[in-house]
Write a protein of this length. Sequence first.
Length: 661
Amino acid sequence: MTQALPGPSSLHPLPESGATVLRLLAANSPNWPEVALVAARDPALCLLLLSSAPLARDELEQGLNTALRHRLETLGPDLLRAWLLSQGYADMSTGSVQALVVAECALHLALETHYPRPDEAYLGGLWHTLFARPREACATPGVLQPDSGRQHLARLVRNCGLPGTLADALELGDLLDEQLRGAHPLVGLLAAAHRLAGDGWEERIPRIESLTGLPSTSLISLRSDVGYIVAGHAAYPAPPGNATTLVANRGLPALMEDEPFRAAALHGLIVAGFTELDLDATAARLAIACPLLGRCEMPIVLIPNEKGVLLPLLKAAEGSVAAWLQELSLREDDEASCISLALRSGERTSCFPASNAPGRSMADWHLVRWLGQRGFCCQPLLLGPLRGVALIGLAHEQALSGAAHWMIGELLSAAARNILSAQRQHAAVAARESELHARFREHVRRIAHEATNPLTVIKSRLSLLVQSHADDSSLQEDMSLLNAELDRIGNLLRSAGNLPQEGAEAPSCRIVDLLHEMRALYADTLFAQRDIQFELRAVAGTPSVAMPASALKQVLLNLLRNASEALQPGSRLSLSFAGQIIADGRACAELRLIDNGPGLPPERAANLFAPATSQKGGQHQGVGLSIVREILTKWHASILCRSQPGSGTSFQIFIPLEHSA
């Protein structure tokens, strides 16, 4: 839901912190930990950053500075400069130093008393005086009176994703000691920190002892350490030479007409802040920049497509307002909707209905209800040759100033141009890839067509051979297997140019039957003709494995071919079904291939299944074992290898049984 964020005009960073951050950003590589430290010491800067991007659950456990650093880096140096230039700044006073003293006291008291969330205590001390009425204007201690400033502070704290315990502690005014003892520990801890940070703290040591349970010696030492930290290590760096800090201002002029140079500088920084970001980074940066610079949550941006239908610039999440708007199919030439009017005219429009009854535009009526606001405004955007419109839910028509509208327009225009450019690049890359895939498939189809000719000749000659030896049953069986393999090669060639698809082949096979088939096909050509002894050990009747026959054949053929090329005459290779085993919690069939050859070189064994240059020469590409592992992984199988130079090599393959897959 997009809505304007409330914020009193008094919530401004300190000029010294703004100047310090700008000096730190002048480096070639910003020192983000230092920038985060400055933000952590400035009450308004810290609160604005956290409220713009609420803390995730348990995020603060990594430390306040880490959380602030993440938000600052997401915003980036250019948008951070733009934000600091667009801010009004608080008058310099001792109030900021006092807030830091209270915060440090609260942090150290939390650590000493083992409070589980010390960073919350620090923030409570830092923010305790924001929006608070002067002490003399408050009611009698212990009598709670409405305080709109503290109530607003509590709401902002909850918006930061911080727990209600901290919000309650900040909303409460002065309490009696009896009330403090019955309140949440954080309330008493912050009260003790205020007493310890103020002038004349030595006289209040007994009362602080009763609130914290810490001895006076520890409290005195703690207060001395805090004074040293604030006065020394936590001090802001002094500006070089005669440089002065940022001057206070009242915010940007309504239409930037009075300060064209600053407007140009902000425009350049905002454009640079979104340059060369990918889609995800652009969306993340925009999400934090809109609350900080534009004082609203990220609006919905609509762009007309080629048919004139307004669609969200970013992909709409299911169930979101943007997704519902997309379902309306609102057109840019719609005569009733103020959304379409803003797009066509280039002028800002708004919709704040006087009643809940639908008006001329049902789309506008729907949007008001979906946003949950009193109404919404439509900000036109110029995006080069395209136009867009941003939708912002508002509590009332003047919720955003002219300066805020200008800033939102700048942010959204810069981000949208970058997003559209990235989308065009992705579309161009996809088109090029599609063209290359089409050319590749056509090339493969031509090769497959040419390769089927010699396959047809081979099958014809085999058929003649079978006919001339019709009485040789053994030859008939061998020729049948060879024809089946030739058919498989033909099918592979014909399908090579197609995109991968799930075939109609059964996803399982009987492993022992397949092993006997592999022996009949390859034992003679791969091993016997090279004087290598080949043994097959397998018992029929074993269960089926959850792997197609073609995939397992390809795995075994790669391993058998590698063995036949690596073994010398007189060597031996055994292929065996070793039975069933539990591997990774699954019932698996175990296959073993064991040879007594020379073994693998140590450098190859160290990275065996990665593609590598083959040492065999010729047309070998060194990818056989990587293909083996790829196929096995696809079918949730696994392979192990053991090899010792001079003692041979063994492979173990574990394939899930069909009923366990």
